[in-house]
Ligand binder design. Structure first.
Ligand code: NDP
Length: 249
């Protein structure tokens, strides 16, 4: 149970961490949390104005100057992924952490009636784009004394549930990617690879999946940060190949 983990001051000092979907929801909370713990954060997302707001907040709080990487994970080319790696290498010369957080819900409806184009779109953003980032950023993570990769799963990525369609399938793929990569890296690198299941969290995605729900009754993103901080920092050395819950009921 890591829900009451207390990060020490400057836990992530001198670390460079890339967060996808850093402009909103859980990704935004993680970017702010890592920056408060001393990290230099690279904010990746598709809506630049949202990323700029997070950037400004980090600067206002006296955090290390962040970087913004605008990228649409639905349409990005292989060249763009390589350019991101080159930019981080040139700008910072290192990458220690990768939080693969961005995802889309697609639609809540049975697979039997799921639109074909939407299935492809969900798999592109939630699975293929995650692989592209891993593929291009891995060389830099290998150079870190203690690299940490966090992928983002869901309870429907562990047990299928009616109507969760492409989203559920994509999160099963994320669990598989995490297990495969963790097994490949366990003896030959200092990189740990784990999944976080955030649990019900008060964001746009949650609101679109459960429109009738009262948002105030749902856990805010800030409250699930202990597990994110723990897995990103040195206190979780040796923890790899795990799929952990950020909220324990
Ligand atoms: P939000 O929809 O609030 O935020 C998702 C973020 O991903 C946004 O910043 C969004 O950018 C970005 N994003 C979406 N599509 C793209 C794209 N094509 N290219 C680049 N960035 C993109 O979601 P949450 O914060 O709720 O979810 C974060 C993660 O947690 C996801 O992986 C989700 O599956 C998972 N999760 C969430 C739960 C919850 O209850 N909230 C429960 C279980 C899992 P923009 O702001 O521009 O739209």
């Amino acid at each position: 149970n890591f829900t009451d983990y207390q990060a020490s001051d400057n836990l992530l000092k001198d670390r460079v961490i890339l967060i996808t979907g850093a402009g909103d929801g859980i990704g935004k909370a993680a970017a702010l949390s890592f920056a408060r713990l001393g990290a230099t954060v690279v904010l990746l997302g598709r809506t630049v104005e949202k990323l700029e707001k997070v950037y400004d907040q980090i600067e206002a709080e006296g955090g290390k100057q962040p970087a913004i990487v605008p990228l649409n994970l639905e349409s990005a080319s292989h060249i763009e992924y390589r350019q991101i790696a080159e930019t981080i290498e040139t700008e910072f010369g290192r990458l220690d952490g990768l939080l693969l957080n961005a995802a889309i819900l697609g639609d809540v409806r049975p697979l039997e009636y799921f639109p074909m184009e939407l299935f492809e779109k969900v798999m592109q953003v939630n699975v293929n784009a995650q692989f592209m980032l891993l593929r291009t950023l891995m060389p830099m993570l290998r150079e870190s004394e203690q690299g940490s990769i966090i992928l983002t799963t869901s309870s429907v990525g562990r047990k299928g549930r009616a109507n969760w369609g492409a989203y559920a399938v994509s999160k099963f793929a994320i669990e598989g990617m995490m297990q495969t990569l963790a097994d490949e890296l366990k003896d030959t690198s200092n990189i740990k690879v784990n999944c976080i299941n955030p649990g019900a969290t008060r964001t746009q995605m949650r609101a679109s999946a459960y429109p009738a729900e009262e948002p105030a009754s749902i856990c805010p993103p800030d409250a699930i940060m202990p597990l994110y901080n723990y897995l990103m920092g040195p206190d979780s050395a040796g923890v790899t190949g795990q799929s952990l819950d950020a909220q324990v009921k």
